[in-house]
Design a protein around this ligand. Structure first.
Ligand code: THU
Length: 173
């Protein structure tokens, strides 16, 4: 992998392992489409989540939002990497709603590692690549109040569009 996004090889390996393992707790009896998510938090800790479906289909919660909600309620609001694992090939990418949800707590530089069913299959994109010119907390008029609400968890001057760069598409090897 030419770009490691500031992660160590051990962290990258752990990210893929934890995202894959998170699929085991997926509750997806309607779609049978298991999704696992692992977050590497800024403090070095890990949080996992999986998709949780509902008989009333739209009530379903995606794996990414399950993981993020768990993390936020544990006081972890900044992330170094997000891993997503599915049982299909090529790997799926976060839905639009999840991209926006991630944006609330991450700037455009956070890498999202998407793992498919083949061994070592991985596509990596930054949030800025998946959600260019995004709308975030700092776009609201009262930035000061927003920053306070988020306890300084966001960089006010993040330039999401400026963070976009050449995409990386390769196996973990
Ligand atoms: N799903 C996720 O967990 N994350 C996404 O980003 C896309 C979709 C889940 C929702 C549903 O349980 C299943 O995948 C099929 O849509």
């Amino acid at each position: 992998m030419s770009q490691t996004y500031g992660l160590t090889p051990e962290e990258i390996q752990e990210l893929s392992k934890r995202a894959a393992a998170a699929k085991d707790v997926s509750y997806s009896p309607y779609s049978n489409f298991r999704v696992g998510c692992a977050l590497l938090c800024e403090d070095g800790s890990w949080v996992i989540g999986a998709n949780i479906e509902n008989a009333s289909y739209p009530v379903t919660i995606c794996a990414e939002r399950t993981a993020l909600v768990k993390a936020i309620t544990e006081g972890k609001k900044r992330f170094r990497a997000i891993g997503l694992s599915v049982d299909v090939s090529p790997p799926a990418s976060p839905c639009g709603m999840c991209r926006q949800f991630i944006r609330e707590f991450s700037d455009g530089s956070v890498p999202i590692f998407m793992y498919g069913k083949e061994v070592g299959e991985c596509v990596v994109r930054t949030l800025g690549e998946l959600l260019p010119m995004s709308f975030g907390p700092d776009d609201l008029p009262d930035r000061g109040a927003r920053s306070q609400i988020l306890s300084g968890s966001l960089l006010v001057n993040d330039n999401i569009a400026g963070l976009c760069h050449t995409c990386v598409l390769e196996g973990l090897g």
